[in-house]
Design a protein around this ligand. Structure first.
Ligand code: GRF
Length: 211
């Protein structure tokens, strides 16, 4: 049985979700996607899940009378699908403390920059890459981090640099960063699948593979 029984949360096209599925198919990631959750009814990620027969839910807080009712429904879906790990892949909603506590140190997010630079509210999609170019950065990158109660502020698991080239546009830079996102998300998840992640405060240590 797969080590990680994943729920993937996505709001958009779902290319990171697809990259996770590819890594599983190719045997690079010991995981199984049990459920896909999206807050957007027209998310490409929902379509990808449905095509592959993965249970997929459109779930947004607006469908519920209170934030608590939304959380309860979310937790119920996660429990029903025996989820033991959550991967946020372009999920644009903040998870409530209730969800974060229920899956403490078992929720990852991927961000298309080197946090804490170019993170936080409003820093998503092309806004991130535009801000990197506006600042004149020479490098940017990807951060995979543990999700905490604060937005984009949990401890990094993997950070990888990506060069910014002189003639980059938002589109060319985003594409170069996205390619790296697709590699590192599966790598970070596999560390958890192998039980090699030790969290000490903000320092995340990746233990060597047993000999
Ligand atoms: C990615 O750039 C990811 O880093 C960010 O949102 C984007 C999602 O893209 N959190 P996709 O839906 O996975 O293609």
């Amino acid at each position: 049985m797969a080590a990680l029984k994943l729920a993937v949360f996505a709001s958009g096209r779902g290319s990171n979700f697809e990259a996770i599925l590819r890594a599983i198919d190719e045997g690079r990631l010991d995981a199984e996607v049990r459920v896909l959750i999206s807050n957007k009814s027209d998310a490409g990620a929902l379509e990808i899940a449905r095509r592959r027969g993965i249970p997929a839910f459109h779930l947004s807080a607006q469908q519920f009378p209170t934030p608590e009712a939304f959380d309860q429904s979310l937790l119920e879906i996660l429990a029903r699908h025996e989820v033991n790990f959550i991967a946020l892949a372009g999920y644009l909603k903040k998870l409530s403390p209730t969800i974060v506590q229920a899956y403490r140190n078992r929720i990852l997010n991927i961000h298309p920059a080197l946090l804490p630079a170019f993170g936080g509210k409003g820093m998503y999609g092309h806004h991130v890459h535009q801000a990197v170019l506006d600042y004149g950065c020479k490098v940017t990158g990807v951060t995979v981090h543990i999700v905490t109660e604060e937005y984009d502020a949990g401890p990094p698991v993997i950070q990888r640099c990506v060069p910014v080239l002189d003639d980059d546009t938002v589109e060319t830079l985003a594409a170069r960063v996205l390619e790296v996102e697709h590699q590192v998300y599966a790598e970070a998840l596999q560390y958890f699948a192998e039980g090699r992640v030790q969290v000490e405060g903000r320092r995340v240590r990746i233990l060597p593979r047993p000999a």
